[in-house]
Every structure is written in structure tokens, then in C-alpha cells.
Design a binder for this molecule. Structure first.
Ligand code: ADP
Ligand code: GLC
Length: 495
């Protein structure tokens, strides 16, 4: 297959969450299978930490009655030959600056994360540039693979504006939903920038609470997928669909669920240069304690070898269930646990966590910001990992936790339900358990599940060690997910 994957973030270049990991790992896995792949993303300031080269390609990108000329830069995905094309338009994309509180999509205003006012125009522009890039790739792609609302218009442009254009006729589109809660809804007037006919603005096509980019992608893509089978089912229901459940249910014939993989080149405790002591399944019980002491030092909490350390790394957003952690925390601390939290986002959640830290400085450590080294340290040094998500399309941190011998405690939703095997008595007896799963979205359910995990950790160490070993032996490598993506692409090709 020949694939152009378009994403608004790619790990190594610019990242806010799991989308970036997928956009870097899936192309590498496809390339390893012999597919021809390229990636396209905007050129943010953050991207300059990689060597990026100016090319002679200049794309004419129509925006309403103007045409903006944009230059294309080029790089490679780290540890691969996969080309990355970066679309330059400084006024739209070169504004990120961590220290000033300016991110890829949002900036901090009075302490609150606020969307940039022109996000709609920025990603109309980027999506149109993706189509304009197609003749310059050096190969003729079969598939345009768009991801999330930022590239939701790619399938629309392909079908509506490029269908008959030579070089585009055989192209088909695939659209991946990584998170249905973020839909990119904008005022109807934004249609004026797109060159799309205004007749498309109707409830069966582009309209849903405004001009909705995610919905547009779902309607116009040849095939659609999300990042786990359970989430693919969940989003067809009112509880999880964020208003798009009806649309998805009626399009279920083209909706697949494919679990993400884990990039074991980057997330492997046996080779990880970012952790205090490397370990594998044979050395985990000797070396993990060194990582634990390291994380306790890094978060300035008591260096207590016996306290179960609960780790959490997440965007501090409604989705992630941090409110349950806050509510359960007094009980968890009474139980003798320590808590280390790495996250960025919602100010109220940060305040709640900071309050806990101030009240229990030897038990609770927090770091607010994005820090990849600390993310590795937390995975390696914690005894248990918390992911009490309200919903979770796939989740990558639980996959990292499994490999780092840090049994995840998860709510059984989306990809968490598909990747973690609960430590029930039956699963323990069969050596199948890899973590702890609870159902109710309540602090009580979280508390009780941690209590069960801590009971095993303290009183049945042999049993707990078996969970660690089983977890570390799981294989969630990308190669198997890439195999399924290839089938998805073929299905789209036949459309
Ligand atoms: P989501 O995409 O919803 O944020 P995932 O679990 O799929 O959730 O992926 C999150 C990714 O972002 C992981 O690679 C995780 O390690 C990383 N991450 C999240 N928050 C931070 C942070 N504050 N610092 C470093 N890495 C983070
Ligand atoms: C999203 C989801 C997360 C998923 C990631 C990559 O941001 O919240 O569950 O793992 O995308 O697909």
C-alpha cells in the first residue's frame, strides 16, 4: 500500500497526547511491512528540535478568495526512513511556546487553557494543504489517512473538490477517530474559506452544532475507524457518542475498531535510557526498587520502599477521571499509599492536586507540565498505575505500564477494557491477570479496587509478582495493529 498519513501532531516533533504516538508509530510499522508511507503535519516551532530541511515545494493553498503560498519542509520519523512533510505558514503554526503557555491548539489565559480563536481557519488551511501536497510526495498514494477533527476536512476535500482531478482519481480516504469528544465545531461562516458548496451545510453532512469537522470526516471518508473495538461500540450509544451516536450507528458498516500498538523501541524498560535502572522480566524485582526510589526522589516524597506508589500520567482533562482520584485520595493515603502525578491541563484539577501535595508532602508528589523523561520515570518507578478514565478510546499509558511491570488499575471502558485482564480469583488462578479493572464511575469503586491491589501487593507477594510477570509478557506491538490497518486500507480501496 502507498499511504499518506495526515495528523496535527507527531511524536518527536510536537505532541499533546496519544495521537502523536500513533502518528509516529503506525507509519513506521507500515514501512516495516514494506508499505510506502509518508506523514504530513504542520510546521510548529516545536518541530525544529528535529533536523528539518527546506524543500523547493511551494503549495498554492486556496482559502476563500485568496490563495496562500506555503513552503514545505521535510524531515524523517526518528529511527526510520519515513519522510515527514511539514507545512509552513508561520502566522498559523509558529506560535507555540511552552514557557509562555502557548500550545499547539490552546493557550493559557488567566490560568485557563483556551482554544485559539482561529483554530477553524488553521485546520481548514492545513487540510487543504494536505490535498495540494499529494503530487509532490515522490509516489502516488492509494490512501489518504486523516486523524481526528483537525484533518476531518481531508476526506471532504478529496470527494468534493479533487475527485475528478488527474492524480487523485484512485485515491481513497480513511478517517480515524481518536477521541469523539473533540469535534472541532465552528461557525457556519468558516465554510467561506473552504471552497465547498454551501449546500453541504446540512444536518446529514457537515452540520452538527455548527460546521463540524469530525462529523464531516465521518460522513465523507470511505472507511472510518476508532482505536479499540469497545470504543467503536460505545460511540454508537448516547452515553459515549457526544451527539454523533446516530450517525455512527447508521454508518456502522464502515466503522472498525483497531487497538493501538505500543512502540517498544521507545517504551521498553530493558533499553530505556530515561529510567534509573533498566530491567526486564528476569531483573524486574531487583531493579524496579531503584526506579521507585528515583521517582520518590524526583517527586520529593518520602523514600519509603514499602509504601505502594500509585502513578498517574495524563492530560488533566474531564476524560481522565482525575476527579475520582482526588475524591479517593484521603482513603488511599490512609491505606499507606503514595501518589505521584504528572499532568498538564485543567486548572481546577491542578489546584485539587496541589492541595493534596501541600497537605501530604511526604505522600503526594505532583508535576504540572509536559515532561517525557518524568513520564518514563513514573512508568518505571510506580508499583501500580492509575487510569480511572470516564471514557478512553484506546489509551497508551496502560500498555506502557504493562511492559514496565506496573499493573494498571483501570476503569473498564474503551481500550482499557480491551487490553487489561482483571485480577479476579479465576484469572489469578489461571495466571491471566495483568491488572485491575472496575466498572462504576465512582471514587468508592476506585478505592475498593486499589484496596484489593494493595492487599495482594502486601499480603500475597507471590501472586502480585505473577501479575507483574504476566503483564510484562503481553505483546501489544504495532505490527499486529498495522496488519489490521492494511486490511482497512484495502477495504477503502475497494470503495
Ligand atoms: P490521550 O491521547 O488521551 O492523552 P493516551 O494514553 O493515548 O491518552 O496517550 C497519552 C500520551 O501522552 C502518552 O504517551 C503519555 O505518556 C503522554 N503524556 C500525557 N501527559 C503527559 C505529560 N504531562 N508529560 C509527558 N507525557 C505525557
Ligand atoms: C486519544 C485518546 C486515547 C488514545 C489516543 C491515541 O487522544 O484519548 O485514548 O490512545 O487518542 O489513539
Amino acid at each position: 500500500m502507498r499511504v499518506l498519513l495526515a495528523a496535527s501532531e507527531v511524536a518527536g516533533f510536537a505532541k499533546t497526547g496519544g495521537l502523536a504516538d500513533v502518528a509516529a508509530s503506525l507509519p513506521r510499522a507500515l514501512a516495516a511491512r514494506g508499505d510506502t508511507v509518508a506523514v504530513v503535519m504542520p510546521l510548529y516551532n516545536a518541530c525544529r528540535k528535529q533536523p528539518v530541511e527546506r524543500t523547493h515545494i511551494v503549495l498554492p493553498v486556496p482559502m476563500g478568495d485568496r490563495v496562500l503560498a506555503c513552503r514545505v519542509f521535510r524531515s524523517r520519523l526518528p529511527n526510520s526512513d519515513v519522510p515527514v512533510f511539514l507545512i509552513e505558514h508561520a502566522p498559523f503554526f509558529e506560535r507555540d511556546d511552552q514557557r509562555a503557555g502557548r500550545g499547539l491548539y490552546q493557550q493559557r489565559v488567566n490560568g485557563n487553557q483556551t482554544d485559539y480563536w482561529d483554530n477553524g481557519a488553521r485546520f481548514v488551511f492545513f487540510s487543504r494543504a494536505v490535498l495540494e501536497l499529494v503530487p509532490h510526495l515522490g509516489f502516488a498514494p492509494d490512501i489518504l489517512h486523516a486523524n481526528d477533527w483537525q484533518t476531518g476536512l481531508v476526506p471532504v476535500f478529496l470527494k468534493e473538490l479533487y475527485r475528478g482531478v488527474p492524480g487523485y482519481q484512485r485515491l481513497r480516504s480513511v478517517f480515524t477517530i481518536h477521541n469523539i469528544a473533540y469535534q472541532g465545531s465552528f461557525p457556519r461562516e468558516l465554510m467561506n474559506f473552504t471552497g465547498l458548496g454551501s449546500h453541504l451545510y446540512n444536518p446529514a453532512q457537515l452540520e452538527h452544532w455548527g460546521f463540524n469537522f469530525l462529523k464531516s470526516g465521518i460522513v465523507f471518508a470511505d472507511m472510518v475507524n476508532t482505536v479499540s473495538p469497545t470504543y467503536a461500540r460505545e460511540i454508537q450509544t448516547g452515553e459515549f457518542g457526544y451527539g454523533l451516536e446516530g450517525l455512527l450507528a447508521s454508518n456502522h458498516w464502515k466503522l472498525w475498531g483497531i487497538v493501538n500498538g505500543c512502540d517498544y523501541d521507545e517504551w521498553n524498560p530493558a533499553t530505556d535510557k530515561l529510567i534509573a535502572s533498566k530491567f526486564d522480566a528476569k531483573t524486574v524485582f531487583e531493579n524496579k526498587p531503584l526506579c521507585k526510589a528515583d521517582v520518590q526522589r524526583k517527586f520529593a516524597i518520602a523514600e519509603d520502599a514499602n509504601a505502594p506508589v500509585l502513578g498517574l500520567v495524563a492530560r488533566l482533562a474531564h476524560q481522565k477521571g482525575v476527579d475520582l482520584v482526588l475524591a479517593a485520595a484521603p482513603g488511599l493515603i490512609d491505606m499507606g499509599c503514595q501518589l505521584v502525578v504528572l499532568g498538564d491541563g485543567d486548572r481546577d484539577l491542578q489546584n485539587g492536586l496541589q492541595y493534596l501535595r501541600d497537605k501530604h508532602p511526604d505522600r503526594v508528589g505532583v508535576y504540572f507540565g509536559f515532561n517525557e523523561t518524568l513520564a518514563h520515570a513514573v512508568e518505571a518507578g510506580s508499583d501500580l498505575f492509575l487510569m480511572p478514565s470516564r471514557y478512553e478510546p484506546c489509551g497508551l499509558n496502560q500498555l506502557y505500564s504493562l511492559r514496565y511491570g506496573t499493573p494498571p488499575i483501570v476503569r473498564g471502558t474503551g481500550g482499557l477494557a480491551d487490553t487489561v485482564v482483571n485480577a479476579t480469583l479465576e484469572n489469578l488462578a489461571d495466571n491471566l491477570a495483568t491488572g485491575f479493572v472496575f466498572g462504576d464511575y465512582s471514587a468508592h469503586a476506585l478505592y475498593e479496587t486499589v484496596r484489593w491491589a494493595v492487599a495482594l501487593y502486601r499480603d500475597q507477594p507471590a501472586q502480585f509478582r505473577q501479575i507483574v510477570r504476566t503483564a510484562m509478557a503481553q505483546d501489544w506491538s504495532w505490527s499486529r495493529s498495522a496488519d489490521t490497518y492494511e486490511r482497512l486500507y484495502r477495504r477503502a480501496q475497494g470503495m
